[in-house]
Design a protein around this ligand. Sequence first.
Ligand SMILES: Nc1ncnc2c1ncn2[C@@H]1O[C@H](COP(=O)(O)OP(=O)(O)OP(=O)(O)O)[C@@H](O)[C@H]1O
Ligand SMILES: [Mg+2]
Length: 329
Amino acid sequence: MTELLQLDDVQMVFERGWIRKRRGAWAISGVSIAIREGEILALAGESGCGKTTLGRIALGLLRPTAGRVLYKGKDIWREKGDGLRPTGQLVHQDSYSALNPVRTVYQTLSAPLRRYGVPRNKLKEEVKKLLEFVGIMPPEYFLNKYPYHLSGGMRQRLVFARSIIPKPGFIVTDEPVSMIDASLRLSILDLMLKLNRELKIAFLYITHDLATARYFAQKGKIAIMYLGKIVEEGQMEMVLEQPLHPYLRALLSAAPVPDPEIARKKKLIQLKEAEPPSAEAPPPGCRFHPRCPYAHEVCGKEEPSLRDFGEGHRVACHFVDTLPPWRLI
Ligand SMILES: Nc1ncnc2c1ncn2[C@@H]1O[C@H](COP(=O)(O)OP(=O)(O)OP(=O)(O)O)[C@@H](O)[C@H]1O
Ligand SMILES: [Mg+2]
């Protein structure tokens, strides 16, 4: 199967100010990811590790300072130096700012439908079909509503309805459910699964929440990012059942679980430092070593590369083979 979207050794350095232009902030340092047609890839990591930046690069909204972005095998930045049109759609957490507040539901969807060639006399029918498809029902009731009339979940459904009009090959969702009431989160993730199954749309699901990542990308892949690098990746089930990188293990051990019995028994992996180091001056060697409870001398000197531990489960750690066996409780 061919890759739909491929980021090849991508790097992003943001220049800081005019005077000290030379000292840039490294947001992404050599990341490679690939998404096949109809595949789901979850990208997880803590705040500031570069997830949004990577998402914008994947969409062609941001030109990486080095590396290649390929869509269906074509380098999107090589053609005439301007890049092709953005290749996917973006859905971010704030559905309110994504929608024009003075446009009704009908106007929000009919304008892009018109642009994509739907004749005027078919517009109302198509808008209703779309609303039904994303679960905004009954459609007639919502046609003349404004975004402020809708709940957060409904607004996010509307944003998804609009995002599928150009028939995108993939959608980048940046924390799409983090501003939505917990009780409605699953229904929005289910809507995304429907778009994936029925329209074969691939997803890059950006989040810091492993629980929603696991639910949404259960049959897909996950990549764990730490300070601008991927430290572990592979099939979701394999990676979360048998996490190898100490950072991922720490994340899993700190994640809340609803069962109080398990929560009490859980062994918390204590990090040496709670705060991540600055992305502007990442530590030498393995970037995680100042916080890693298993770090040895070599970790501060040599940067570990991503090694394959079977079936595409790849990990960047010098001491994978000597870590204690993983168990949550
Ligand atoms: N336009 C920009 N100019 C300068 N620095 C930037 C810019 N955008 C992002 N950065 C820096 O790049 C790093 C990665 O930022 P990014 O927004 O991609 O992180 P993130 O993983 O999405 O975080 P969060 O979970 O908080 O959304 C940060 O150190 C940030 O300060
Ligand atoms: Mg972000």
